[in-house]
Design a protein around this ligand. Structure first.
Ligand code: HEM
Length: 471
């Protein structure tokens, strides 16, 4: 261990697992890092891991040594139904991974596609505002993450399939997405002791298989419908959507010999749909903070009322003129990054800050802890969007004190989409509505329960419900 980064002494068999709270590993690892340093070794069962907990250490892992540390995460749950063989999240950073990321950009989140899909996102934001207005008239609470997820899935479904998803399916999809996130985020013996993985002792892979099968079924239905309409010679509805792009490549051998087929199509589409749950989680955390910080809420509403007016729906073109809204989003992603860790795997031994990170080490950047680092941020636990008004710091992967989308070659491919849709949805919800948290959900009147539900996407453990009133 002499040349490894310092860390807590591991016990036989369990390593440091007893020091790590399974429901909040980001918090436990942040606490350990305060004692052992920003580049820390830990043993997670049989797996050696290194955790970065400062902007400098994050830069070392995600930028300077990224060529050697960017292998994908082979979570066992991801192996359900052979999904990992086509998974952007799990693939090593080579030709197939590049091609799938390129497809995600061309079909969803690249600059050209984003421009083409602007009207769709605005329509979904209008639908969301209409949903809030309807609830407001009924006097019923809005389930914030569910409502935002429906808007997000609507936008994604249009970009992928050029049509809306059946609302009943969207509801079920929301539950499946939550379950899949929690399941693959929970500690799994198969990941901690890879030698035992084949046995799937906790049944995580089996349970993940059920969810993946449901999601694949949903996507297969879309693919089959499209095959029929193409065979019938029907015109393409929306220039080229992501499904058409993939069907056009079907059967063709790609660089390094992989072939586009239905397995690849459904794996990519599923992953993009699941990943977008982070958009609704971000919106939910922002609303929870605004509900508890009425000054910030008021300032935001005033800004939108002044820039957009009170009779008009917000549009994406307004975003550039809404610096406080942008600051609220930044501050939310600092305090509540929906994906708390950036992960990697060492494909070669590298030296970092004078320590060795041996080949095979799992790497974690604790994004959550960096956002709350007292060395970097004044009053780090406080929600203060103003801190971003005079600051040049952004989340695009170059300022390592704020990396909610990670950085380096595995930076989130959905970043540009998130940067547009989160402020649009949030702005559309607060513009023209006054919000109050639902009294029944307020645990003894102590305010909103901000406990996190750890998972691949970290959402609120007690989903936020709030009552809106039209202004
Ligand atoms: C606020 C919203 C989002 C946040 C905070 C976020 C954050 C992240 C982070 C931190 C990672 C790196 C994870 C790791 O290293 O283990 C990541 C990866 C990824 N994200 Fe996002 N994400 C968001 C939205 C999206 C959206 C909308 C999509 C696609 C529709 C998406 C697709 C992906 C994919 C496919 C990866 C894996 C990339 C790779 O390994 O090469 N994300 N995201």
């Amino acid at each position: 261990r002499r040349r490894l980064p310092p860390g807590p002494t591991p016990l036989p068999v369990v390593g440091n697992l007893l020091d790590i709270d399974r429901d909040a590993p980001h918090r436990s690892l942040a606490r350990l890092a305060r004692r052992h340093g920003p580049l820390m070794s830990v043993r997670l069962g049989a797996v050696h891991a290194v955790v970065a907990t400062s902007p400098d250490a994050a830069r070392e892992l995600l930028q300077r040594n990224n060529a050697s540390l960017a292998a994908g995460r082979g979570l066992d749950a991801w192996r359900a139904m052979g999904h990992d063989a086509h998974s952007v999240i799990a693939l090593p950073p080579r030709a197939k991974w590049h091609a799938l990321r390129r497809l995600a950009a061309a079909g969803l989140a690249g600059p050209r596609r984003l421009a083409e899909q602007r009207a769709v996102r605005e329509e979904k934001a209008r639908d969301l505002a209409r949903h809030v207005a309807a609830k407001s008239e009924e006097g019923a609470p809005v389930h914030v993450a569910r409502a935002a997820f429906a808007a997000v899935v609507g936008a994604l479904s249009q970009a992928m399939f050029s049509e809306d998803m059946d609302p009943a399916l969207v509801d079920e999809l929301t539950d499946v997405a939550i379950e899949a996130s929690v399941l693959s985020g929970a500690p799994n013996v198969s990941d901690l002791y890879p030698a035992l993985a084949a046995a799937d002792l906790q049944g995580v892979r089996r349970r993940a298989g059920r969810l993946v099968a449901w999601l694949y079924g949903l996507i297969d239905g879309q693919i089959e419908r499209r095959r029929r309409s193409r065979a019938a010679g029907e015109a393409r509805r929306n220039s080229n959507d992501l499904l058409d792009m993939m069907l056009d490549m079907e059967g063709e051998e790609q660089e390094e010999g992989w072939v586009m087929n239905q397995d690849v199509m459904r794996a990519l589409l599923m992953e993009l749909i699941l990943a977008s749950a982070s958009l609704s989680a971000a919106t939910e955390w922002a609303m929870a903070e605004l509900l508890q910080n009425q000054d910030a809420m008021k300032r935001l509403q005033d800004e939108i009322a002044t820039v957009v007016g009170t009779n008009k729906q917000m549009e994406e073109a307004d975003l550039n003129r809404l610096p406080y809204l942008q600051a609220v989003v930044n501050e939310t992603l600092r305090l509540h990054p929906p994906v708390p860790f950036a992960t990697g795997l060492a494909e070669a031994t590298v030296e970092v800050q004078g320590y060795n990170i041996p080949k095979g080490t799992a790497t974690f950047v604790n994004i959550w802890a960096i956002g709350r680092d007292g060395e970097v941020w004044d009053e780090p636990e406080k929600f203060m969007p103003e801190r971003f008004l005079q600051s040049e710091i952004s989340f695009f992967g170059t300022d390592f004190e704020l990396i909610p989308f990670s950085a380096g070659r595995r930076i989130c491919p959905g970043l540009s989409l998130a940067a547009k849709i989160v402020p649009l949805l949030l702005g559309s919800m607060v513009h023209r509505f006054q919000w109050t948290p639902l009294p029944e959900d307020q645990d003894g009147g102590d305010g909103i329960d901000m406990t996190e539900q750890f998972g691949l996407v970290m959402a609120m453990a007690v989903p936020l419900r709030a009552v809106a009133k039209k202004i």
